[in-house]
Design a protein around this ligand. Sequence first.
Ligand SMILES: C[S@@+](CC[C@H](N)C(=O)[O-])C[C@H]1O[C@@H](n2cnc3c(N)ncnc32)[C@H](O)[C@@H]1O
Length: 261
Amino acid sequence: MIISTGERPKPEVAERARALAGRLGVSYAPRGNASVAKLLAEYRDDDLLIVLHQGVRLLRSGAAPLQFHPSMGFVRAKRVLKGETDPLAAAAGMVPGDSVLDCTAGLGADSLVLAVSGGEETSVTALESSLPLYALLSEGMASYDSGLPEVDSALRRIEVVNSGHLDYLHSLPDRSVDIVYFDPMFREPLHDSAAISPLRSFADSSALSEGSVAEALRVARKSVVLKEKRGSGEFSRLGFQEQLRQGNKTSYGVIAIDNRS
Ligand SMILES: C[S@@+](CC[C@H](N)C(=O)[O-])C[C@H]1O[C@@H](n2cnc3c(N)ncnc32)[C@H](O)[C@@H]1O
């Protein structure tokens, strides 16, 4: 992956792009008048992250461009701000101030909803193992302007980390996070998912392992939650109790942690 800007960027946008490239240890490609195809050919790469004055965009030859946007996460966050409880927060048994480890960040919609649901005292760490998606998400979360201060401040509170979740879970002490959440790429994709289809070509599509769930159970104080397609065999394979939601094509599976011992 290389990082560049739109044509004729403002100096501060070029600086953001250069700083992001430095943090990620990838090349910064000054845009000049070059086309995307020319930049990719010059740097012999397939992926280009473009930092814009407002927004950030990921391009790969042969794939549809992917723009950072909280999409349904924004709609759900607005409902939470109006006083509704989001179904994910309800499934997790979340209360204000709970800490969350989102093991599969994607475009961060669920992280955003959990950060808004938990309020300012809540910490959300979002793990993403795909470098291009991590770059899109971390730059997007840092700079996106939704027009709603509560949503923007929740986006800025989320710590985005480029890591596979098994390694990251291994590094955490026992019972150190309230809620651990997994939303892996579904074993059988929902092809009509407008939120997930665009990120498919960049995403890590490996199945959730029993080892990661065991680590999550060691690390969680309150609950471990899995999102999957309604009726998926993954719930029983991994020991989750599926909670069916009427009229919904996806379910949350929950393992509540027994805190009596
Ligand atoms: C279905 S998407 C998650 C969507 C996300 N919940 C949202 O609201 O936007 C799954 C994401 O998890 C990432 N992923 C898959 N396996 C992972 C792993 N072992 N560690 C970290 N991230 C992983 C994929 O690259 C993908 O971006």
